[in-house]
Design a protein around this ligand. Structure first.
Ligand SMILES: [Ca+2]
Length: 195
């Protein structure tokens, strides 16, 4: 499934019908992803078509009842508890995993990124968007400083570099180039796919 077909999922493509519960399987899939993939999906969530964004906005408005633009962990857990079974520990882990920038709030893009978690592949043109956004200073590679800006902390940025240990392009270049990003993200390894 690509980022484009993901949003044609019946959960989202049901205009005029009652809102459906937030699909827990997508949140679970998101939790299992690497930090780099979570960040990439977050960037892709900023580049959706108007139609895709409109569908997600319907789901978001149902969550963001106070229209604050962000959800506290507890707000999201309350909604999930209403629609799903699951231990408190699991719900807690799910909502914390969504918080990619580490500010203890879930914003619309963080939520949308999780809804994209089932995508097995990310197309080249979308990877270019991800890379250009990560390489904010346009040096041709994604530096630790670039990652820190996205992840909200040095520790999380360093974790991303740790995830690249087995990446051939990263090892050759010694930095996170587009080739390394593509090697890391173009396909979802089985090890990250949710059960
Ligand atoms: Ca956040």
């Amino acid at each position: 499934m690509t980022a484009d077909t993901a949003l044609a999922h019946p959960w989202l493509a049901a205009p005029g019908t009652a809102p459906r519960p937030i699909p827990l399987d997508r949140l679970r899939a998101f939790v299992g992803l690497t930090r780099l993939r979570k960040a990439a999906l977050n960037i892709l969530a900023h580049h959706l078509t108007e139609r895709e964004a409109a569908d997600l906005a319907v789901a978001w408005r149902r969550l963001d009842v106070g229209n604050k633009g962000v959800l506290r962990f507890e707000d999201l857990k309350r909604t999930l508890r209403r629609d799903h079974e699951g231990t408190e520990e699991e719900l807690d882990a799910l909502v914390r995993a969504l918080d990619v920038n580490g500010d203890h709030l879930i914003d619309y893009y963080e939520f949308s990124a999780a809804m994209l978690a089932r995508n097995r592949t990310i197309r080249d043109d979308r990877l270019v968007e991800v890379f250009e956004e990560m390489d904010a200073d346009a040096t041709g590679h994604v530096s630790l400083d670039n990652l820190e800006r996205i992840m909200g902390s040095r520790a999380h940025a360093e974790e991303v570099l740790g995830e690249l240990a087995g990446n051939d392009a990263f090892r050759r270049a010694g930095k996170l180039t587009f080739a390394a990003l593509k090697e890391q993200l173009a396909r979802l390894p089985q090890s990250q796919a949710a059960a």
